[in-house]
Design a protein. Structure first.
Length: 583
């Protein structure tokens, strides 16, 4: 609502600017046709320009981090804001909105009333068609007026010469469609009824239209003095029909003065361009949105990669509109695509099944699926600074990522993801068999990757012997005589292995939890396959998803080998450092 009020305020300000420019610079000039388009352009600009915004990005230095950096996962503390005391309070914004709505209703009702009066004035009258004009000679004492191509007058009130002058004037209104200007001005008076300048603006438009009709009519009337006398005579008849072009308008003196005024010099046209700097200033001061962005801080990015706060939370009561809003947020904030599909709800309207697909321009992809008969537990969707995505849920669900590493729970904190820097933990995280989708080809069993690395023609085997944790390294079948105790003295192997074992246990539990769901999905697919063509389409989609899973597992295997290579390089570096120290 605040946005609407701000828009109305900006539009009202522009209407005031255009009126003041016309009043002080152009009102006394004889550029009547140019003034008409200037006034109409002012109304159009006043409603369009506030919608135009420009973004200005200002890069600022990141805030320095005080003290040492804590690399542990960040803990989030929820602080409950004290609720204000309950009582009767006045929402002044709502009050103003109500007053504004009442004003629009009143002036809209008056517009409908005036329009009905015009219909009554035209209904049942004899119409005489001449060229493009429709003449209606009435018996009522009304001031002559025109409405689009209708010209209404009372011939008994004027002489033949006066009537010819009046008709020439009204024909100009019809030929140039001045009724459009009248209706546009009236609509603006309804919408911006609270703005005093809009009423002055309407008066300026109507007055300028009369100047145009007077000047054009005199080109076909030889007796200027007789025309002016006709203007004075018509002033005695003030019974006018609203929302029409009247031959009689107030300020007859100004019309007569403009009829006798010398034509303005063409050099005075420069006044029209003075509005340009004012509009440019309006855009610069009010329509430029400054966005401050911090420069990349590697330390902050590293912390964010380890523990990012949840961006989106989905629970059983999340509506379809909220899901669309989450997708829009991910698109606007990260230029990424987050699509929710296969949403099923129970009789209470609670979500029981949902599928989320994520992808971005850097190639990160993620898929998260929950299918069951019970309402889902809250799901948090975290996006890290490196572009990877993590889904969190108290249920054990299958997560498949094609880039950015595994995102399985940490044994010490099941709600937190595994550290992607931990190569051994990552290895165990990927060392599980994915259950096959219905009718999909069998997946090959993954090799045991927890103790073997193949690099080209070199085969390296690392084994742990006994309870003391002694390690034996075999390269191409030949045991290496390496003092691993000294090399790995500064590496907490036991902690890594323990964390990896716990990760494997959690991964197996997740797979076991997923198996019943996959079995149910296989049965449902078998039943649907015999009854409808839709089942076949779902099976094709399941195969595609399985192939995607296969590709993702292959990529995970490559990531694992890369991690192991890095781990071996670290061991070698450690051995070199210790050898250098001995020397």
């Amino acid at each position: 609502m605040e946005t609407i009020f701000l828009y109305l305020l900006k539009s009202s300000g522009l209407i005031a600017v255009f009126f003041l420019a016309y009043h002080f610079l152009l009102r006394k000039e004889t550029f009547f046709k140019s003034n008409r388009w200037f006034l109409l352009l002012g109304l159009v600009t006043s409603i369009v320009l506030p919608l135009v915004t420009f973004k200005k990005i200002v890069w600022v230095e990141p805030a320095p981090l005080a003290g040492a950096v804590n690399w542990a996962p960040l803990q989030t503390t929820l602080v409950q804001t004290p609720q204000p005391p309950q009582g009767f309070t006045i929402d002044w914004l709502l009050v103003v909105a109500g007053i504004y709505a009442i004003g629009i209703f009143i002036f809209l009702f008056k517009f409908v009333f005036d329009f009905s009066g015009l219909i009554k004035a035209l209904k049942g009258k004899t119409v005489t068609q001449q060229a493009d004009f429709k003449f209606i000679d009435v018996n009522e004492k009304v001031s002559p007026f025109s409405y689009f191509n209708y010209i209404v007058y009372n011939s008994s009130m004027y002489t033949q010469n006066e009537l010819e002058n009046i008709l020439e004037h009204e024909k100009v209104h019809c030929e140039q469609n001045h009724s459009v200007d009248v209706l546009v001005a009236r609509v603006f008076c309804i919408v911006f009824w609270y703005n005093p300048f809009v009423w002055l603006y309407q008066k300026a438009i109507l007055q300028n239209l009369e100047f145009i009709a007077d000047s054009e009519a005199l080109k076909k009337i030889s007796d200027k003095r007789a025309y002016q006398i006709t203007l004075l005579k018509v002033t005695t008849h003030d019974n006018c029909v609203a929302i029409t072009n009247h031959f009689y308008q107030s300020l007859i003196k100004k019309r007569i003065v403009m009829l006798n005024k010398n034509q303005s010099k063409q050099s005075n046209a420069w006044k029209y361009f003075l509005i340009g700097p004012v509009l440019a200033a309006f855009l610069f001061y009010f329509q430029v949105k400054v966005i401050a962005q911090e420069k990349d801080n590697p330390i902050v990015a590293a912390i964010g990669a380890m523990a990012s706060p949840p961006n989106i939370v989905i629970n059983k009561n999340t509506t379809d509109a909220e899901l669309k809003a989450h997708s829009q947020l991910m698109k606007e904030k990260y230029n990424a695509k987050l699509k929710f599909s296969k949403v099923k709800r129970n009789s209470a309207g609670e979500i029981t099944s949902i599928k989320a697909d994520y992808s971005d321009k850097d190639g990160h992809k993620a898929t998260y699926v929950i299918a069951g008969d019970e309402a889902i537990k809250p799901i948090s969707i975290n996006r890290k600074d490196n572009g990877s995505l993590a889904f969190g849920n108290t249920q054990k669900q299958l997560r498949i990522f094609s880039k950015g590493g595994a995102d399985l729970p940490n044994p010490e904190d099941p709600a937190a993801p595994v550290d992607p820097e931990d190569a051994e933990a990552t290895a165990y995280a990927y060392s599980f068999e994915v259950p096959e989708a219905p009718e999909a080809p069998e997946l090959p069993e993954l090799e045991e990757l927890d103790d073997m690395v193949n690099v080209g023609d070199v085969n390296v085997v690392v084994k742990t012997l006994g309870k003391d944790g002694k390690m034996k390294i075999i390269v191409n079948g030949e045991e290496m005589n390496i003092d691993t105790d000294k090399i790995l003295a500064d590496i907490d192997i036991e902690k890594i292995q323990d964390q990896a074992r716990k990760s494997v246990i959690i991964a197996k539990k997740q797979i076991e939890a997923a198996r019943p769901q996959m079995e149910r999905a296989r049965k449902r697919a078998a039943e649907a396959r015999s009854n409808s063509e839709d089942a076949r389409e779902e099976m094709e989609q399941a195969r595609e998803e399985m192939e995607q899973s296969r590709r993702e597992l292959e990529e995970a295997r490559k990531e694992l080998e890369k991690s192991r290579q890095e781990f071996e390089r670290e061991r070698e570096k450690s051995a070199v450092r210790r050898a250098a120290k001995k020397k």
